[in-house]
Design a protein. Structure first.
Length: 379
């Protein structure tokens, strides 16, 4: 009680005392990228129009394909759709549209696919916006754009749409840490939007210190491998699982547990919820409700360094509990045999019931007094 209360005073809310104990013993910590290692306040970086795509309702299309109108149209459609999403990427796109002073359209049949993207209908046209998984798994491609016999799970948007001229551009943006989303209109890619998020300043310090304590740090993200690598390298994280779906996130946690690792998982999104439930889950109060609900521990500050404080307090609490077991048993261990007459034959000593009752009280008082010492711990 004192331990969890002290954690709470430090902005660490613990649902079950047991998770405090396990967190102290954890030797692997899995962290989500977007919103956990990064600020979760991404900004739109670029809008790239597909020069081969014929936009409707555009007054004129310039021949060089670098058409401001086309880019406006892409952002308009993307932002209209993203209005319905609670993903941090969605906020970036909606914000950019309002900065560009673009009026948004109304959307029908909105659907969100966690870790993949979103779809809907705008003005009778089917729109999809998201990563390659969205397009590979959900078959938004029209018959002629999808090559026959193609392995759908492997098909990349870029290949499927013969976007040769853009591959290098997109890959370059990814290796700079940008997240690339494709926008399709009626089954054809109209363009791409790229978004970048800044890495949290506190993240590097937290990860260095965790590693110093011999805790393995693993990054897990639904984002592209190249984007993930960029962030991982900046932070010195060696192990990266990229392109993982929410279910795969949970499976990876279970795989680590099967190797007898004690796993803590920090994440903030809807997509992290299954993994948070599988491990000792740590969510931020700024995260989504589902993440907080699935996690065992909620941090009021979105700062990974707080985990280190929580672990320190966890270790101190466990030490304190062991000391208290001593205080709880020591009086009995001595008192009960004396009261039973163990010393009587030789020394003629018995335990007066008054002393026995005082000893019992001292036992409780010492346990409580010792536990309260936790409150003086400097974190
Ligand atoms: P992370 O694991 O890093 O928190 P997510 O699993 O939430 O990332 O998202 C993985 C990818 O899915 C994103 O990088 C993006 O390409 C795509 N995605 C998810 N939600 C959306 C959305 N609302 N709009 C567009 N793309 C999305
Ligand atoms: Mg996230």
């Amino acid at each position: 009680m004192v331990g969890t209360g002290e954690e709470a005073r430090n902005g660490i809310l613990i649902k079950q005392a047991a998770s405090l104990e396990i967190l102290g013993r954890a030797n692997v910590i899995v962290v989500d990228k977007t919103g956990t290692l990064t600020e979760g306040k991404p900004r739109l970086q670029s809008v790239i129009a597909n020069s081969k795509f014929k936009f409707q309702n555009l007054e004129k299309q310039s021949p060089d394909g670098k058409n401001q109108l086309a880019e406006n149209e892409i952002l308009r459609i993307a932002a209209s759709l993203e209005k319905g999403s609670e993903h941090p990427l969605a906020a970036a796109i909606v914000r950019a549209a309002s900065e560009w002073k673009i009026e948004l359209a109304s959307v029908e049949d909105f659907q969100s696919f966690t870790g993949e993207g979103i779809t809907g209908t705008i003005g009778g046209r089917r729109i999809a916006l998201g990563n390659e998984k969205l397009f590979a798994a959900r078959n938004f491609l029209t018959a002629e754009t999808q090559k026959p016999g193609e392995d759908k799970t492997k098909s990349s948007i870029v290949e499927t749409f013969d976007f040769n001229s853009q591959i290098s551009t997109l890959d370059k943006l990814r290796s700079q840490g940008q997240t690339v989303m494709a926008l399709s209109i009626d089954g054809e890619v109209a363009g791409f939007l790229t978004v970048a998020d800044t890495i949290k300043e506190s993240a590097k310090a937290a990860i260095d210190e965790l590693r110093g304590q011999k805790i393995a740090v693993v990054m897990m993200t639904g984002d592209n491998e190249k984007t993930a690598r960029f962030v991982a390298e900046k932070l010195g994280i060696e192990k990266v699982f990229a392109d993982v779906s929410p279910v795969q996130k949970a499976e990876k946690v279970k795989q680590l547990q099967a190797q007898n690792k004690i796993v803590a998982m920090a994440g903030d999104g809807v997509n992290d919820a299954p993994a948070l439930a599988a491990a000792v889950g740590i969510a931020f109060a700024t995260g989504t409700d589902v993440a907080i609900e699935s996690a065992d521990i909620t941090l009021l500050q979105p700062d990974l360094r707080v985990i280190l404080r929580a672990r320190k307090l966890s270790a101190a609490t466990m030490r304190n509990i062991r000391q208290n077991l001593f205080f709880a048993f020591a009086y009995n261990l001595l008192g009960v045999p004396i009261a039973a007459g163990a010393l009587y034959p030789i020394f003629g000593v018995l335990l007066s019931p008054m002393i026995a009752s005082a000893a019992m009280t001292f036992s409780s008082v010492s346990v409580i007094a010792n536990a309260l010492r936790l409150r003086n711990l400097k974190l």
